[in-house]
Write a protein that binds this ligand. Structure first.
Ligand code: GMT
Length: 370
């Protein structure tokens, strides 16, 4: 098939899922066209069957807010026509779903261009609830030819928040378990905790520092903070205040996290909300058990006490206890690390999930031909 993909190309789970999906589809013989304002991270533009079409937004002085959605819609229609796309697949409803809807209408007299919207969570819970975006988000979701959600929780929330009647297909996030895999001999010179995110408030990054401060009272450990965002300075300050700044390293944004994960012992995900928790899955594939919060779609990924631990949001004592257990009980860590890897391979491997997208594409394209 010839598939157009639009996503946020910078650091963030939805963009990563979209990019990895495009790469996997190209490997399976499809032609994939990324239509985005920047080259998606993790995308090597030289990859066979992958094309990248930049969306340029002109900044005329009259525009206090450059109309990105319109530039995107025009580019989508142009690419769809030039490359005879079979469908558009947009990740994150706002504004991608609306732009796809416009592109579809622009081409309606000449050809059919179905589009699928994949909901990633915050597009429903945060952005969609904002009254100024609510009506257009609901409308664009309803007008989509197909809708997928990355967890049962996103599906439930979309029905609840928007009251849409359309079918929402749950297709879980995935990981390439050939690339994300455990190391033969994980270095044991120090016990390493890792957190990875965009350091937005929803991630509660300061909880990671608080957890570390509790953990080091019981056993030596080092925390590696991967990513960047608005709450990094506060996490830094807190590490100094709690006297653990030498046990915390801020690594910034990293492109090859598959090389980092296998060196770690525990992944911290103390989020306020997670529709799925892609970082946890990537860690699990590398044999790193997560200590995460019991929110959103995380219980669909992590089975508490089997392949990781789930504790209440903000409960630093409980999360720290779990980390200490894992760092000080070698057989427990080994069993959980193996179970985490098994979960990734048996339930969330790209080889299992990508065919679900392919099947859905075929259904959506066939639907309009009735
Ligand atoms: O987590 C973020 O803040 C980024 C966000 C995004 O849209 O890029 O991630 C969301 O989508 C990911 C991929 O489907 C999920 O794994 C994350 O759980 C989800 N984040 C939240 O729900 C907060």
């Amino acid at each position: 098939m010839r598939i157009g993909i639009t996503c946020y190309p910078t650091y963030g789970g939805s963009g990563i899922v979209a990019t990895e999906l495009g790469l996997e589809l190209a490997t399976r013989g499809h032609e994939v066209h990324f239509i985005t304002y920047a080259n998606p991270i993790r995308l090597d533009p030289g990859t066979p069957r992958i094309h990248y079409h930049e969306v340029e937004v002109s900044n005329y002085p009259l525009f206090q807010y450059p109309p990105y959605c319109l530039a995107l819609a025009s580019r989508m229609a142009e690419v769809a026509e030039d490359y005879e796309l079979d469908l558009l697949h947009v990740h994150y409803a706002i504004p991608h779903s609306t732009a796809a809807m416009l592109a579809q209408q622009m081409l309606a007299a000449r050809r059919r261009l179905p589009f699928i919207t994949t909901l990633h969570g915050t597009d429903v819970s945060i952005v969609g609830m904002d009254r100024s975006y609510f009506p257009i988000t609901k409308f664009s979701i309803e007008k989509s030819d197909g809708i997928t959600g990355v967890s049962q929780d996103v599906r439930r929330e979309t029905y609840e928040v928007f009251g849409v009647k359309n079918e929402i297909r749950v297709i879980y996030n995935f990981v390439n378990t050939e690339i994300y895999r455990p190391m033969e001999d994980r270095p044991n010179d120090e016990k390493r905790l890792m957190h990875i995110s965009n350091f937005r408030p929803v991630k509660r990054v300061t909880d990671c520092v608080r957890i570390l401060a509790e953990v080091v009272k019981a056993t030596p450990a080092h925390l590696y903070m991967v990513g960047d965002g608005p709450d990094r300075p506060e996490a830094h300050r807190l590490a100094r205040e709690l006297g653990v700044e030498r046990q915390v390293t801020f690594l910034g944004k990293q492109d090859h996290v598959e090389r980092l994960f296998p060196r770690m012992h525990v992944l911290l995900m103390p989020s306020e909300m997670e529709s799925f928790g892609l970082g946890a899955l990537e860690g699990m594939a590398c044999g790193v058990p997560p200590v995460a919060t019991r929110v959103g779609g995380l219980p669909e990924l992590v089975t508490d006490g089997v392949d990781g631990f789930l504790e209440p949001v903000g409960d630093i004592a409980a999360q720290s206890r779990r980390v200490i257990e894992l760092l000080t009980n070698e057989p427990l860590h080994r069993t959980m690390a193996e179970a985490a890897r098994r979960t990734a391979v048996e339930r969330f491997a790209s080889s299992l999930i990508i065919p679900q997208y392919e099947k859905y594409y075929e259904e959506v394209v066939a639907n309009g031909k009735d």
